[in-house]
Design a protein around this ligand. Sequence first.
Ligand code: ZN
Ligand code: ZN
Length: 424
Amino acid sequence: MKLIIHRGDKEIGGSCIEIRSNSGASIFIDAGLELYGEKAKLPKEIENTDAIFLSHAHPDHFGLLGRVSQNIPMYCGEITESILQIMIAFNGDKFDKIDRKFLHFKSGEEVKIKDISITPFLTDHSVPDSYAFLVKTDGKAVLYSGDFRTGGRKHNCITRILNAVKKPNILIADCTCIEPREGSIKTEEELAEKITETISANSNLPVFAICSAINVDRIVTIYKATRRNKRIFVCDIYTALILWAMGKSGVKVPQITWEYVKVLSRDDIAKSQRVLLELSFKKLGFKDFRDIIYRKNTSITAEEISKNPHKYLLKLNRVRDIQKACGIGKFVLIYSMWSGYLTPEFDKRGQYRDLMGDTNIIFENLHTGGHSASEDLKRFISGLDPESLLPFHTNSQEYISQNPDTFGNINILNLSECNQELEV
Ligand SMILES: [Zn+2]
Ligand SMILES: [Zn+2]
């Protein structure tokens, strides 16, 4: 077995891994965009691979897949395909189209590609339907953890992986957060409590929340905090559609058909998303959603919100426009995403800095990440007890080399010494 890391071991993002068997069969796992710096290029070897497996619907894992030839089969989870296509339809300026059908795998069910066996395992991450992969061939086994955490609502998935996999030859582990951090919020439930407290401490003020529409665990957290304060949850069309897609796949998450969930769909503010929905709902297979989102019992208008704005939690991104349309003065803003997006490097137009600097806004940064905290990650690694460890998806090479005891006695691989290729 040969393991080739095309990218992603010395950065957070740009993930792209290939595994080849001795007979020449090849699979790729992910082909993502880079988070920082230059645009990632597609490795030319991908055009000769037998299949590509996508771990989850984040652009640093799927971002380059639209450039791969149609004749190469691609596999992902069923919900991942829905989320991916909605995301692309609503963010066409950011992502390449992926104009094709995926083959679907299921957690725990082996897929055979020639003499390579791939078993996906559902894992816990900040987008639903994320997977780890156990890859076996030539009598060897590699486990790719995928991006994962242990503090979400699917933390039992991690126990299932630990029960199913023992002593892989190589563990490729998401080491985004290997460096210990003090005082951060560790679990979704802890976060739900903090958000609940923030809302109840400001019962006379409207509350906005900013988070990723595809971080469905987080939407559920915010919804719970909203209902604990007896408020109504209002979201945009894009968020409502992601939730609808989850619901259609049998996952119980807030829906616009629920009494205390509303979508802002009829106002001028919603026009750009309305246009995107009208262009894409048939192809995406969501005629049922489109049929109901403009109805009075599922939607709400800015005018209706303006009558009692403190009765709502507004999970809406265009905060300034909504503020104006609803006649809102002072308000609370719960920011629940990676704090890096607040820096000038990512916040190029200064929209977050404008909100943070406004004395009329109570800006609360309340978030927990999608990657395992240091101690949990170490427990995961020692539980698997791999022969060798390849720290992946991380900027912490220096920390790892300066703290050789971080992973106990496990052999740590450094691929720059072997040209990114490894004979397992
Ligand atoms: Zn990632
Ligand atoms: Zn991810």
